[in-house]
Design a protein around this ligand. Structure first.
Ligand SMILES: NC(=O)c1ccc[n+]([C@@H]2O[C@H](COP(=O)([O-])OP(=O)(O)OC[C@H]3O[C@@H](n4cnc5c(N)ncnc54)[C@H](O)[C@@H]3O)[C@@H](O)[C@H]2O)c1
Ligand SMILES: O=C(O)CC[C@@H](O)C(=O)O
Length: 527
């Protein structure tokens, strides 16, 4: 039974799939204190949060069983992603579910600040009929600058067009073609700063976007500009904004998010030109249901070891690539596990060569899986698909991917070489149409073995009677041989035997085999 902790308020309807899953026990503790979270997290396989819970290095260290963290929303700035990756914990988010709600909230804030709606509302509910203090401005024919043309920024742009605004958009990934399609002028931050009557930001808060609008930018803006932040506090420099409002440069600001949340002694709050909401962008019935449904479904898949999407700390795999590459995941992990078991010494280099049609695809996910197979032999359950490259790096293991379209006689071939401080070994495998996974090469010996169950790899001199004696020793010890493959370099020279056996052999049997005069080494491999 998997245990899932929900530590922020999530839509009950949205998490229904989790509640209904027969193999999942859900514990809901919205508003759990940081110390209680630390004390309890050790019991759980997954944690579901919104933006309140801070998932710190300490939480990840205490979460010994944690496999996944689900963020019901977009921003993952409350989760230490690096620490999660190092701990092998998958972080997923729900990037699509609250786009419309946040876009609509941004637009509501834009209109509120243009027409002073909250201020006028407050005055009237305070009993004063004041029509003079709240003259606003139209959106019609005005210039809206959008910094960050992702999901939300794009939707804001579409709505602004309906209000007959001229939209200038900036995003490092915005192409001229896409801008044209949206009817947006493709500009820079500088263009926006110089020309906009309204500026709204829709980026994540990262190093490049922190204080993207600060004193220097406010100085260059049109007098009377209005700014909106429904993305993350800190994208607009609050101190610089405060100064720019006092000087009259900025006529108004609408803020849903703050550098510190909840804000403490924030002088912007209370300024008559500033409209504020307490991080409500995604707070609609629909958005909360959507994001909770999305993370619940994904968490179930992760816990059940099924394919999932929206991982924040893993590269996303397009469906058409996944379709091609997925059948090779099992083979890749087994090749990694195989080579790790037959190679002696501490690993220095891993070279993974992809030949044939596989070489046309993004094989990075496959490389992760092969690394997992290699490292898990030494590091056990600590290794997973998420942290395998990181663990290799921290151990100074150099990983190289090679690709070649020549198929070397196979439609697809994966060759894994391991260089240690003592030797270099190689294994190659393929998927044979209709026959499944096969190991087709070990070092320079061609073989054909299904990589399953218990295998015995015997390196010996090609002499009459060796194969028979190996069979006799195993038979005497009640070990049944399912398949046997032999290969040799030259007649009477170096040779190998690869046996598939029905049960694992004991160390004593391995010693007995190893003591035979013509046998150089015997290795048992479990796949
Ligand atoms: N207020 C809320 O409740 C609420 C709700 C949902 C999302 N958000 C926040 O809104 C923001 C946008 O969300 P989204 O779903 O549109 O994300 P998104 O990933 O679809 O879009 C973000 C865009 O920012 C762009 N970007 C990155 N660096 C940039 C830079 N230096 N200059 C310009 N653009 C840059 C990216 O290329 C991307 O296109 C995020 O910060 C998210 O956390 C807030
Ligand atoms: O959970 C929330 O309400 C905030 C969500 C929002 O900030 C996000 O980034 O998705």
């Amino acid at each position: 039974m998997f245990k899932v902790l929900i530590s922020d308020p999530l839509s009950e309807f949205g998490i229904q799939k989790l509640l209904d899953a027969p193999d999942v026990e859900v514990v809901q503790k919205p508003g759990l204190s940081p110390s209680d979270l630390l004390a309890e997290i050790g019991d759980y396989d997954a944690l579901l949060v919104r933006s309140q819970t801070q998932v710190t290095t300490d939480v990840l260290a205490a979460g010994k069983k944690l496999k996944a963290i689900g963020r019901a929303g977009v921003g993952v700035d409350n989760i230490d992603i690096n620490a999660a990756t190092q701990a092998g914990v998958v972080v997923i988010n729900a990037p699509d579910g609250n786009t419309m709600s946040t876009c609509e909230h941004s637009f509501a804030m834009l209109m509120a600040v243009a027409r002073n709606i909250p201020q006028a509302h407050k005055k009237l509910t305070d009993g004063k009929w004041d029509r003079k203090s709240f003259q606003g401005v139209e959106l019609n024919n005005k210039v809206l600058g959008i910094i960050g043309m992702g999901r939300i920024g794009t939707e804001v742009a579409k709505r602004a067009k309906a209000f007959n605004m001229t939209v200038i958009g900036y995003d490092p990934f915005l192409t001229e073609e896409r801008a044209q399609k949206l009817g947006v002028i493709h500009g820079s931050v500088e263009d926006i700063v110089l020309q906009a009557d309204f500026i709204t930001v829709h980026t994540p808060l990262i190093k490049e976007t922190r204080h993207i609008l600060s004193t220097r930018e406010f100085e260059k803006m049109k007098t009377g500009v209005r700014v909106i932040n429904c993305a993350r506090g800190g994208i607009i420099d609050e101190k610089a904004l405060y100064e720019a409002i006092l000087t009259g440069k900025v006529a108004g600001a609408a803020l849903d998010v703050f550098e510190v949340e909840p804000p403490v002694d924030n002088p912007l709050i209370g300024l008559p030109q500033v409209v504020v909401t307490p991080h409500l962008g995604a707070s609609t019935l629909e958005a909360q249901e959507n994001v909770a449904i999305d993370v619940s479904e994904e968490i179930i898949k992760i816990l059940r070891d099924e394919p999932f999407k929206n991982a924040v700390n893993l590269p996303s795999i397009p469906a058409h690539v996944m379709e091609k590459v997925q059948p090779y995941f099992v083979l890749g992990e087994k090749l990694g596990h195989f080579i790790a078991q037959v190679t002696v010494g501490s690993i220095q280099d891993v070279t993974i060569a992809y030949s044939g049609e596989l070489a046309e695809f993004d094989t990075a996910p496959l490389t992760r899986t092969i690394l997992k197979g290699i490292l898990s032999f030494h590091l056990g359950e600590e290794v997973n698909y998420v942290n395998a490259p990181h663990l290799a790096k921290t151990r100074d293991i150099h990983v190289t991917e090679q690709k070649s379209s020549s198929n070397k006689g196979f439609t697809n071939l994966i060759t894994v070489s391991l260089k240690t401080n003592q030797q270099t070994r190689l294994v190659a495998g393929t998927l044979l149409n209709g026959y499944g996974a096969r190991i087709v090469k070990i070092d320079d010996f061609a073989i054909d073995v299904a990589p399953n169950g218990h295998l015995l790899y015997v390196h010996h001199n090609d002499r009459p009677g060796v194969i028979g004696r190996v069979g006799t020793i195993l038979g005497t010890n009640d070990v049944n041989i399912a398949t046997m493959q032999v290969g040799r370099r030259d007649v009477g020279g170096d040779a190998i035997m690869m046996l598939t056996i029905d049960k694992a052999v004991t160390a004593e049997i391995l010693d007995t085999l190893g003591e035979m005069s013509e046998i150089k080494s015997v290795t048992q491999i479990d796949l």
